[in-house]
Design a protein around this ligand. Structure first.
Ligand SMILES: NC(=O)c1ccc[n+]([C@@H]2O[C@H](COP(=O)([O-])OP(=O)(O)OC[C@H]3O[C@@H](n4cnc5c(N)ncnc54)[C@H](O)[C@@H]3O)[C@@H](O)[C@H]2O)c1
Length: 258
């Protein structure tokens, strides 16, 4: 498709399924040198072959590797980033892994809330920190991209915990942009609207309001994982060299209207 990511190594968490998988495949199509696929399982939630096999099937010569990592573990994040050294170190870190809850809302249980925060918030921070440490060590002016959500920019009763976690990621992106900017490392976040993945389909509260979102979305449709992946290619590429600290909605216009 292009050589926008030529020579770059991208690490993607939660890349076996959904948006992360689309990012991995799209990065390969845009010339990434190496795509490191990370997740707690190699099996895509929506079915199909593992992401590394799908990348190999593109026959683009992309180097690829699966690295198991639970993002809520600092050690796993360190091992994941260490795995990138074999490919020259991480140039683009995509902190994508995240979960939603089947029983979210104002009565969310303490255990569910803590599990969600451990993955969505702690996991995002630990991944970004590990990547930045390596970028600084290797003198790379890298790009770190966090996965927020429209749920982090607006709240809803059915997504109380999820929205709280994604709102945290919004401020994390701005704060990390300030922290790492002097080293030439850019940090941005993407805030997707409703994207057609298993996460959306399998979360009862969210699934129940998706049709309402669709009808209010100016483009009148849910998004596809590729439409988020294309934005990652831009933010990860040198075309975005002066963009940092930005929270970019990719939502068909939903947040622009009331
Ligand atoms: N689908 C949407 O509508 C939507 C909207 C806004 C934001 N997002 C965000 O996009 C990201 C990807 O979501 P998706 O829709 O592709 O979901 P998905 O469920 O299809 O994929 C998420 C992947 O993350 C992995 N994962 C779960 N826990 C993990 C952990 N502890 N460590 C590492 N990996 C783990 C899962 O195994 C899965 O492969 C999430 O952060 C999600 O919150 C999704």
């Amino acid at each position: 498709m292009s050589d926008l990511l030529a020579g770059k190594t991208i690490v993607i968490t939660g890349a076996s399924s959904g948006i992360g998988r689309a990012i991995a495949l799209t990065a390969a199509k845009h010339g990434a040198k190496a795509v490191i696929v990370s997740d707690i399982t190699e099996t895509p939630r929506e079915g199909g072959e593992p992401t590394t096999k799908a990348i190999a099937a593109l026959s683009l010569g992309t180097l690829t590797k699966f690295q198991h990592a639970d993002v809520s573990s600092p050690d796993d994040n360190d091992k994941l980033i260490a795995a990138a050294e074999e490919f020259g170190g991480v140039d683009i870190m995509m902190c994508n892994a995240g979960i939603s809850l089947s029983a979210d809302g104002a009565d969310v249980s303490a255990a569910d809330f803590q599990r969600l925060m451990a993955i969505n918030v702690n996991g995002t921070l630990f991944g970004a920190q590990a990547a930045a440490r390596q970028m600084k060590k290797l003198g790379k002016k890298g790009s770190i991209i966090l996965m927020a959500s429209m749920g982090g920019l607006a709240g809803a009763a059915v997504t109380l915990a999820y929205s709280t976690s994604k709102g945290g990621i919004v401020q994390m992106a701005r704060s990390l942009a300030d922290a790492y900017g002097p080293d030439g490392i850019r940090v941005n976040a993407i805030a997707p609207g409703s994207i057609d993945t298993e996460l959306l389909r399998a979360t009862p509260g969210v699934a129940s309001v998706t049709e309402g979102f669709r009808l209010r979305t100016p483009l009148r449709r849910v998004g596809q994982p590729d439409e988020i992946a294309n934005v990652v290619v831009f933010l990860g590429s040198d075309l975005a060299s002066y963009i940092t600290g930005v929270i970019l909605p990719v939502d068909g216009g939903l947040l622009a209207v009331i």
